[in-house]
Design a protein around this ligand. Structure first.
Ligand code: FAD
Ligand code: 2HG
Ligand code: ZN
Length: 463
């Protein structure tokens, strides 16, 4: 019997896909830049079936690529060739909401938005918030340690996970679905799997922390002269927003131009043109949010500070301000070829990073467009590049040098070359080059301990 026959036998009808039309949406990444041809795509329905697939693939010497919503931006879920892609899309149940433990237990294929909605129906909030939340899954969020627009207040996915269920590379299941707030029984195993991008095991379910709902939101877009101002306003917003400050996001003019040009119905709310824009949001339970935002804006707008501000008057205006920020990825994809850099530097170094790197890139590729945006409150910029108008080939050719220049500057400032999207196939070599020997040795040792045969998502994360 072939591996495909065995997979059919184990999973039943409709769960093993091999025809080109059937596998098309699983074999390429969101940007369309990476693709591979797997032996098959399998869609198990429960944890037992995931374990069975891993066991059968191990016996056949075939590697497994876990896949959730396939929205990842580091080509981590894209097969290289010959692997079995294991999609969690049929495992999307919300298993339990526990009001006493204040947790929600979900299967890995549950779409983030579904989990947010389940929390809302229980009168609570699951605070992870990403532009891709309508498609990305909890398993993918765990595997990439996703960030997003509310990290400033609630932390990354790592801070929201209490327990995991994982199918290990040898086919055994780790039943770690505990909701304990305190557990000091040695190494924190769940943290090993969070951010491991499918290279150490397949997450099949998670226990997640819930937080108090924040039905009242106050949102404003600020026009800023420069990044220094965006950074300088962070303590001001913290002082006035207190614990209600949820987002402080940044966009440059180029990013706004792309969104307005490409996404129907999204408009720039200011009359004038500005170099930079900051989106601030406070969230809570009472009118306090509006009062605090007003106080913050009174302190933030003025000479040498923000130039202007537009406050969202209601949900529709709020959605339209957020569309401007969250539409940049899609607008840049429509514009053409892009080169993404998802970097962090210490927050106070953001102005220096931008001031030094832009001119260097302009030297390397005159006319390159800097599409700079991201989570200024976390020191995380999406320092993306678009081609000089109409010259995608020039960007492709210059990409390695441009990326090296960006990463060298990040390293010089003590930053990280991957803040939230992970390494996948895209950044594994670069990450190894910037890590110390000790860090690289530890990474290899962890992989060797959990997946000695290299059966889980080969060619990802590690060089
Ligand atoms: P996939 O793309 O399917 O997989 C990503 C990685 O996780 C792969 O390495 C895969 O092998 C592994 N994986 C997936 N499921 C499992 C599993 N069950 N067990 C083990 N490994 C698994 N990311 C952010 O952090 N912040 C943002 O603000 C953000 N915004 C985005 C906006 C847009 C428009 C887009 C397209 C993407 C954005 N992303 C963002 C990136 C992406 O959505 C996240 O990385 C997300 O967590 C990926 O989830 P997924 O289910 O799509 O995973
Ligand atoms: C965001 O913050 C995402 O919008 C996506 O992390 C960034 O597409 C990107 O480069
Ligand atoms: Zn981001």
């Amino acid at each position: 019997m072939t591996l495909i026959d065995r997979l059919h036998e184990a999973l039943g009808p409709g769960a093993v896909l091999t025809e080109p039309d059937d596998v098309a949406s699983y074999v390429a990444d969101w940007t369309g830049r990476f693709r591979g041809s797997p032996t098959a795509v399998v869609r198990p329905a429960d944890t037992g079936q995931v374990a069975a697939v891993v066991g059968l693939c191990a016996d056949a010497g075939v590697a497994v690529v876990p896949q959730g919503g396939n929205t990842g931006l580091a080509a981590g879920a894209t097969p290289r060739g010959g692997e079995v892609v294991l999609s969690l899309e049929r495992m999307r149940r919300v298993r339990d909401v526990d009001p006493v433990a204040d947790t929600i237990t979900v299967e890995a294929g549950a779409v983030l938005q579904t989990v947010q909605e389940a929390a809302r129906q229980a009168g609570r909030l699951f605070p992870l918030s990403l532009g891709s939340e309508g498609s990305c899954t909890i398993g993918g969020n765990v595997a990439t340690n996703a960030g997003g627009t509310a990290v400033l207040r609630y932390g990354m996915m790592r801070d929201l996970v209490l327990g995991l269920e994982v199918v290990l590379p040898d086919g055994r299941v780790w039943h770690g679905l505990r909701a304990l707030r305190k557990d000091n029984t040695g190494y924190d195993l769940k943290q090993l799997f969070i951010g491991s991008e499918g290279t150490l095991g397949i997450v099949t379910a998670a226990v997640l922390r819930l937080v108090p709902a924040t039905p009242r939101r106050a949102t404003a877009l600020l026009a800023l002269p420069d990044v220094e101002c965006a950074v300088g306003l962070l303590p001001v917003l913290r002082e006035h927003g207190g614990g209600l400050l949820t987002a402080w996001e940044l966009l440059n003019r180029q990013a706004v131009d792309l969104v307005v040009d490409h996404l129907p119905g999204v408009r720039d709310p200011f009359d004038g043109i500005h170099g930079w824009y900051g989106l601030v949001e406070l969230a809570g339970t009472s009118d306090d949010v509006d009062e605090r935002l007003d106080a913050a804006l009174a302190a933030a707008v003025g000479p040498d500070l923000a130039v202007d501000a537009v406050v969202a008057g209601g949900p529709a205006q709020r959605a339209s301000l957020w569309a401007l920020r969250e539409g940049v990825s899609e607008a840049q994809r429509i514009e053409g070829v892009s080169v993404k850099h998802d970097v962090t530097v210490p927050i106070a170094e953001l102005p220096r990073f931008v001031a030094r790197t832009g001119p260097r890139l302009e030297e390397l590729l005159p006319g390159v467009r800097l599409v700079t945006y991201g989570h200024v409150g976390d020191g995380n910029l999406h320092y993306n590049l678009s081609a000089p108008a109409g010259n995608d080939d020039a960007l492709r050719a210059a990409a390695p040098d441009l990326t090296a220049a960006v990463y060298d500057e990040v390293a010089a400032l003590g930053g990280s070359i991957s803040a939230e999207h992970g390494l996948g196939a895209l950044k594994r070599q670069a990450a190894a080059a910037y890590k110390s020997d000790v860090e690289n040795d530890l990474m290899r040792a962890v992989k060797q301990a959990l997946d000695p045969r290299g059966a889980m998502n080969p060619g990802k994360v590690l060089p």
